[in-house]
Write a protein that binds this ligand. Structure first.
Ligand SMILES: CC(C)(COP(=O)(O)OP(=O)(O)OC[C@H]1O[C@@H](n2cnc3c(N)ncnc32)[C@H](O)[C@@H]1OP(=O)(O)O)[C@@H](O)C(=O)NCCC(=O)NCCS
Length: 158
């Protein structure tokens, strides 16, 4: 039987995390591979970390990862975990790795006093939608919008 274990990622795994994060971007149609080991080290580790990285091992080898950040949900007036990314290497899918990652993020959410765990999923990502449904997740109709790059600077009046 395969052994699956989720644990905090290590700094020396930054290059592997960057590779998987870029693979996830490509899976959802975002190209250019913006992640680098340096970016993961700067944004995922240390005092100024913007997200927490977890990995899951399958039979001792890293098979997937999750990035998440504690935020706030004003609908329930409580701290809420935001899951940025979850990804399992194609060769390791369907063996409980994704479930182990989600369970670990949920446990961390409860440990930190969070009242919910939330994420965004593209409506075209049928496999992920099915995966989330099996975990008991429910979805609303809200759309995520944003401004970035020149649009962000323009809105800021710069
Ligand atoms: C979605 C993903 C994380 C699932 O990881 P996984 O390790 O394959 O999932 P698990 O083996 O833990 O599956 C957990 C449950 O979901 C089901 N499931 C997982 N993927 C599924 C799929 N594509 N279609 C139907 N059911 C699926 C499993 O059958 C299992 O069900 P069970 O509990 O009834 O046995 C993985 O397929 C992945 O990395 N996909 C590409 C990246 C992606 O889309 N990430 C999400 C972005 S929002």
């Amino acid at each position: 039987m395969s052994a699956v274990r989720a644990r905090p990622a290590r700094l020396e795994e930054a290059a592997l995390l960057a590779e998987m994060a870029n693979d996830l971007n490509e899976h959802v149609g975002i190209y250019g591979r913006p992640f680098t080991a340096e970016r993961v080290r700067a944004d995922g580790f240390g005092e100024r970390a913007a997200f927490t990285p977890l990995v899951a091992e399958l039979d001792g080898a890293v098979a997937g990862y999750a990035f998440f950040t504690l935020g706030y949900n004003t609908d329930i007036a409580a701290r809420a975990m935001w899951l940025h990314d979850i990804f399992v290497k194609p060769s390791a899918r369907g063996r409980g790795v994704g479930h182990a990652l989600m369970a670990a993020v949920a446990a961390e959410t409860v440990r930190l006093g969070g009242g919910s765990l939330e994420w965004a999923v593209h409506s075209a990502n049928a496999g992920a939608l099915e995966f989330y449904k099996r975990l008991g997740a429910v979805g609303g109709e809200a759309r995520i919008m944003g401004v970035a790059g020149p649009r962000l600077r323009a809105l800021a009046g710069l």
